[in-house]
Design a protein around this ligand. Structure first.
Ligand code: NZQ
Ligand code: ZN
Length: 388
C-alpha cells in the first residue's frame, strides 16, 4: 500500500426531507447572504426550488439567484456568476442540482476570490488560493462532486472541457435526500450509475496491486451499485436503491476507493475530450462506451487484476485468468447496455472523428495520459476508433 492523505471535510446530511432544513443549517454556519445556483428546469418542475427558498426565507437568509446552469457547465455562465458574487458580496454559494450545478458553483467560488480569469485555473496557468464556501442540495447521484476535490468546466470557444483539482473545491456540507432523485429519467439514472462505477474502476485498475482492503471496498461499492442500478432504472421511486446509489456516488469519488494506490482517471480524460467536443453527450453515457474499449486495450498488462475484477464483481466462474478477464469486461459492457446505455459512438450520431478526439485529448499531441500503459496520441486514436 502506498502512503496517502485522506481528506473528506464535507459534512453530510443524509435522509428523507433533509432539504427542508437547509435554511437552519446555513444559519448555524453563520452565513447571511448566499448565491443560489440551479439548473435549467428540473428543480423548478419538482417544486424543490420553492422548498429551498421557503426554508431560506424562514431562516432570514438573504439570497441571489443564478438559475440556468447547463449540463456540461460552461465557463461563460461561471464568469457571469463571479461578477454577481463579487458585486453582491455573497458569503456562501449553494448548489441545488447535480454535478454540473455543483461544478459551476465551485468555479464561481474560486473565481470570486481571484483577480485573474477563472479559466486560468482550468488551464493550470494559475493556482487558486482561496474560495467562497460552497454547499449543495444534491439532486443527481453521479459525478460525486458533492465530496470530490475537483470541478469540471467546458469552454465552448476552445472546444475544451477541463478539470481543476484543489482541496479548496471540497464542499462545506452536502444535503442528500435520495427521494430527490426519483424524478430522474431512466437514462440519467443509468448515466449516474456508470459514472459512479467508472470512478471506482478507474482507481481499481492501477499499477499498485497490494491494496487488499481498498480493493474490497471498491468491489463492494461496485456490487451494491450494479444491483441498485438495475432496480432504480426499473422502479424510480425505490428508496433503498436510490439511497445506495446516492451514497455510492460520494464514496466512489471522495478519495476512499483510491487510498494507498495511484489515481489516474485515464478513461475520464478520454471522455472529457468527447463531451467537451459534443455537448449532447452525457458524461456517464460517454464513459459507458469508452470504459470497455479502454479495458479491452489494456487488460493484457494486468490480466490478474482484470480476472479478480471478473470473479469478485461479476461472479464469473472461470479458472483461466485471461478468459476470466475478457468475460469480466464483457459482463461490464453487457450491464451498461442492459440499463439503457450506448455501446458505440455511432449511437450519439457522431461521425468517425477519432483523430480529432485524440487531438483534443492530448491537447494537440502535447501530452500523454497515464494508465497501465501510457496513452499517447496513437493509442488514444485507436481506442476511439474501436468505439465506432
Ligand atoms: O438542468 P436540469 O433541468 O436540472 O436537468 C438536469 C440535467 O439535464 C437533470 N437532473 C438533475 N437532477 C434531476 C434532473 N432531472 C430530473 N430530476 C432530478 N432530480 O439531469 C441532467 C444532468 O445533470 P448534470 O448535473 O449535468 O449530471 P451529473 O451529475 O452527471 O454531472 C455531470 C457533470 O459533472 C462532471 C461531468 O463531466 C459533467 O460536466 N463531473 C464532475 C466531477 C467532479 N466535479 O468531481 C467528476 C465527474 O467524473 C464528472 O466529470
Ligand atoms: Zn465521472
Amino acid at each position: 500500500m502506498n502512503d496517502f492523505i485522506y481528506n473528506t471535510p464535507t459534512k453530510v446530511y443524509f435522509g428523507k426531507g433533509k432539504e427542508k432544513e437547509i435554511g437552519e443549517i446555513i444559519r448555524e454556519y453563520g452565513y447571511k447572504k448566499i448565491m443560489l445556483q440551479y439548473g435549467k428546469a428540473s428543480v423548478i418542475k419538482s417544486g424543490l426550488l420553492d422548498t429551498i427558498k421557503a426554508s431560506l426565507n424562514n431562516s432570514a437568509i438573504e439570497f441571489v439567484e443564478m438559475g440556468g446552469v447547463e449540463p456540461n457547465p460552461k465557463i461563460t455562465f461561471v464568469r457571469e456568476a463571479i461578477a454577481v458574487a463579487k458585486r453582491e458580496k455573497v458569503d456562501m454559494i449553494l448548489a441545488v442540482g447535480g454535478g454540473s450545478v455543483i461544478d459551476s458553483c465551485k468555479y464561481t467560488a474560486l473565481g470570486a476570490k481571484a483577480d485573474c480569469d477563472v479559466w486560468d485555473f482550468a488551464m493550470g496557468k494559475r493556482k487558486p488560493i482561496d474560495a467562497i464556501p460552497v454547499a449543495c442540495v444534491l439532486t443527481h447521484s453521479a459525478a460525486g462532486s458533492e465530496m470530490s476535490n475537483s470541478a469540471v468546466i467546458t469552454n465552448l470557444e476552445l472546444n475544451m472541457k477541463k478539470g481543476c483539482s484543489t482541496e479548496l473545491n471540497r464542499l462545506k456540507f452536502a444535503v442528500m435526500n435520495p427521494e430527490l432523485t426519483y424524478t430522474l429519467p431512466a437514462y440519467q439514472t443509468a448515466c449516474g450509475v456508470v459514472d459512479i462505477m467508472a470512478h471506482t474502476m478507474e482507481r481499481y485498475f492501477t499499477v499498485c496491486d497490494d491494496t487488499d482492503l481498498t480493493d474490497r471496498i471498491a468491489e463492494s461499492i461496485l456490487k451494491a451499485v450494479i444491483s441498485a442500478g438495475r432496480v432504480a432504472v426499473e422502479t424510480p421511486n425505490d428508496y433503498e436503491a436510490r439511497a445506495t446509489i446516492m451514497w455510492a456516488s460520494s464514496l466512489s469519488h471522495n478519495g476512499l476507493t483510491g487510498c494507498g494506490r495511484e489515481n489516474y482517471l485515464a478513461v475520464h480524460q478520454l471522455e472529457h475530450a468527447l463531451s467537451g467536443e459534443y455537448d449532447h453527450v452525457a458524461h456517464g453515457a460517454g464513459l459507458a462506451v469508452l470504459f470497455p474499449a479502454w479495458a479491452k486495450y489494456v487488460y493484457k498488462t494486468n490480466v490478474k487484476r482484470f480476472a479478480q475484477f471478473a470473479r469478485r464483481v461479476w461472479d464469473i466462474v472461470e479458472s483461466d485468468d485471461e478468459k476470466a478477464a475478457i468475460m469480466g469486461i464483457e459482463a461490464m459492457s453487457n450491464y451498461f447496455k442492459s440499463i439503457g446505455m450506448p455501446t458505440t459512438l455511432k449511437e450519439f450520431n457522431i461521425p468517425n472523428v477519432a483523430e480529432r478526439l485524440a487531438d483534443l485529448c492530448t491537447y494537440q499531441k502535447t501530452r500523454t495520459v497515464k494508465s497501465y500503459i501510457t496513452l499517447d496520441y496513437k493509442v488514444i486514436k485507436e481506442i476511439f476508433e474501436s468505439c465506432y
